[in-house]
Design a binder for this molecule. Sequence first.
Ligand code: C2E
Ligand code: CA
Ligand code: CA
Ligand code: CA
Length: 279
Amino acid sequence: AKAGGKRRAVVYSDVHRERALRAVRLEAELRRALELGELRLHLQPVVDIRTGATIAAEALVRWQHPQRGLLPPGEWLDVAERCGLMPELGAWVLDEACTLAAAWTDDAPRPVTVHVNVSARQLEQEGFVDVVRGALVRSGLAPERLVLEFTETHLEEVSDALLQDLVSLRESGIGLAADDYGTGYSPLTRIIELPLSMIKIDKRFVGDMLEDVRSRAIVTTLVRLGQSLGLEVVAEGVETPQQAVQLSELGCASGQGYLWSRPVPPEEFTARLLPGTGT
Ligand code: C2E
Ligand code: CA
Ligand code: CA
Ligand code: CA
């Protein structure tokens, strides 16, 4: 039994080393990808659930890898975050998203906004506010057309300095959304201490809503909470018409999910999903 234990330990450390090596290689490749411009943004519409009209687009980063094809962030974003590439990557995403949105023609009654995900590291970074302002100035995008998404866990511990930054961003007209809402451990009261304009209900609850009464209770509660606090509410991960109907009955006005569209390249978004085009 002892020998077996030792053997397992050796195998484990090999696996460990292999994993570490892979992370190092990935890091080098990622740095190169940023330099060579291999990153892309895909856009997924946020829609008015009743009409299906696009009201916003969430920018989701992809890596156009020369050998391995289009890689979703799940496979590499945490490496970028751990090796300190996030400030640079995040700044690129902000610039690119604002530039794309600034080019959209705006004859819709309400201009289409662009949502950008912000990571914990990026948020902690000194000068984050200037990075955001810089992206707006360079692109010419109005601050009202930008929404920053933060996951709830990033918002559990907010320093006074960060809170001030968030307030100043919000006061300049930028939208602030609590992403994946309902999955963190922060008390419900957290939401009134932060200058948020929107909550996005996590797809886990939306996906289970029709079968699981507890998920439905959470969705119902979050929609009401949003309404009573004057926050916009977006349901994420809507995949079926039945879910859309249920959400609509609960009073949730906006949704996002495969039911309407997967994230698509910017050209396809502009051609097919902007109001006044195609469908
Ligand atoms: P997220 O912010 O919660 O983004 C939504 C994710 O759900 C996206 O995955 C999207 O493709 C997927 N999704 C959309 N509709 C549906 C649906 O109906 N059903 C299901 N099952 N999934 C749906 P994606 O693009 O792989 O991104 C994963 C996560 O990576 C994002 O989760 C976000 O946390 C992070 N991320 C993506 N782009 C960026 C970025 O530019 N910066 C940062 N910091 N994080 C990013
Ligand atoms: Ca998001
Ligand atoms: Ca989300
Ligand atoms: Ca997420």
